[in-house]
Each structure stands twice: as structure tokens, then as C-alpha cells.
Design a protein around this ligand. Sequence first.
Ligand code: DC
Length: 335
Amino acid sequence: MKAIRGATTVDKDGVEEIKESVKELMTEIRAQNDLKQDDVVCVMFSNTSDLHAFYPAKAAREAGFFNAPLFSALEPEIDGALQKCIRVMVLVESEKPPKHVYLRGAVALRRDVTSIINIALDGPAGSGKSTVSRLIANKLNILCLDTGAMYRACALECVKHGVSVSDEKSVNELISAINLTVKHEGGVQRTYLDGKDVSEEIRKPEMSMLASSVSALGCVRTKMVQLQREIAKMTSCILDGRDIGTNVLPEAPFKFFLTASPEVRANRRADENLLKGFNTPFEEVLADVIKRDEQDANRKIAPLKQAEDAILIDSSTMTIEEVVDLILNKIQEKI
Ligand code: DC
């Protein structure tokens, strides 16, 4: 018999939060250990005393894990212990060595068994970062975080509330209370404002310049960078943006700076716009790309810049597949 250990945390002592975290933890334990129903002898949960809303064992049973006996217990209150934490021990009949799983805030409990990979992919507008990071995330089975989408959501929030992006005081008030979440559904990032899916709305061409302007404000960057770091701490991911390698994750072990000539990038953006149903003339897209580069690269806080230790890739004459292969090879060389 073998024992598989695992732990995770929840943001809030709520029924849904506990159900979601337990399901995520058990899904990962099952996948990493290739478990079948019959392999499992019993599952024992414990949780810290700040969680009362739902039994983890009941959450696991409701989510279909497992037929074996399940059990939950409350942990004693211990000073300095990780908060809102759910632990599990799964006893299994198996010859294979157990793979222990620590997720979310619980990663901090066992750095020895959790190897989080963070990849920084920065570059100017239209350099292909989003497509490349989605493909790499798929290949490596990690998350991809499009940080530009978060700044676009901030810009949309300003538009929705009639706040000018040049009115820093009002933007600060609005963004400090923003209810912005990103979820990954079927490998695709969806962006939510106040629980409403705004993933398409933020891609409208007019949102690009507004996102660039709002992203230059310190209050906006502080809030977004904090969210990005929290996500990167919890899970292996590739983050695409402008300042990931220089500012968000300066310690990231893998850093790339993807670029291409303004004309090539404008062409790609114009094609993308067309696919989304926006027929923007090439000259207009090119002017927007150049203006945005200038604005993003010359702002005072965390400007668009290649990190000194980032690998520069000029994709002007490369296909997406060539860029993806190059990045994967570079990562492989270092692992
Ligand atoms: O990648 P994108 O075009 O969706 O980004 C929109 C704007 O957001 C971009 O012009 C600058 C800003 N941005 C940023 O300042 N820092 C990031 N990490 C990502 C985007």
C-alpha cells in the first residue's frame, strides 16, 4: 500500500470555494498518479479550523472521488499555520511511487515536491505572443496567462463607468475595487468583470490604445502585477505581456522577448481583426501598432523592454510553429 499526500487552499470559507478546490486537488492527484477507482483504499481529509462551510470529504464524493471510504477531520489551531488549508492522504494499492500534489497556497508547504515552472514571454503588440504562449502551454500542459487581457479589462471597466483613462484619481478608485477574474476553460483564457464574460468585448480594436494608456498608471499596474504574481506562485504557467521578465517575475528561469517588424505585426493584427469581424485598414493598424509601441516602451513604470537575460526572437520571417519549437528547445536545454 502507498500513501499519496496532497494539500490546497481556498480564498474564502465558502461552499463553492471548498468544492472547487477539492475537485481540483483530487483531479490532479488522480491524473498525476494515474489512479483507477479500484486502486483507492481510503481517502482522509483534514482542514484548518478556519474552514467550516463544507466537508472536504463530501465535496470529493459529490465530485465523483472515489468509491472508497472518505473521511474529514478538523486540525488544531496552530500559530503560524497556513490558513484556509485542506490536506488529504489517499491510501492506494499501487506499486508505483506516489506523486504528492500541492496546489495554490499549499505549494509553499512542499517546495521539494512541487516544481512550478514560470515562463516569461514579453514583446510588442502583434508579435504573436498570445498564440505562441497558448501553443506552448498546451504542449507543456501548463497554464497560459495573457496579462494584456487584464489591462484590457481595466480599460473596459473605465469605459463602462464613464471614467477617463487620463483621470488617474478616478481610475485608482475604480480599479482598487475592480472585480476581475480570469478562468481557463478548455485551455482558453476567459476574462470576467463582475462575473460577466468580457473576453470578446476587450478584443475590440478601440480597446487596444485604451489598455495601453490605462496600463501606464501606477495604481493599475500595482493591482494587476499583484494578481499576476499570485497566479504564477500557485501554478506552472507561461505569462505573456510587456514587463513579465523585467518586473512581474524577474526571477523567472525562462525568459523570451518576441518581436517582429512593425509591418509584419500590423499585418498579423489586421488579419486577426478580420477574423473577429473588424475590417480595419492596414495603414490604420500599422499606425496604431507604432503608437502603442512608443507609448508602452516610453512609459515611466515598467515599460516594454527586453530583460537582460531574455532570449530575443525576431519572428518576422518565422512561422508560429518555428517560434514554438525554438522556445520549447531552449526550455528543454535548461531543464
Ligand atoms: O498584449 P495586448 O495587446 O493585449 O496588451 C494591451 C496593452 O496592455 C498593451 O498595449 C500594454 C499593456 N500591457 C502592459 O502594460 N503590460 C503587460 N504585461 C501586458 C500588457
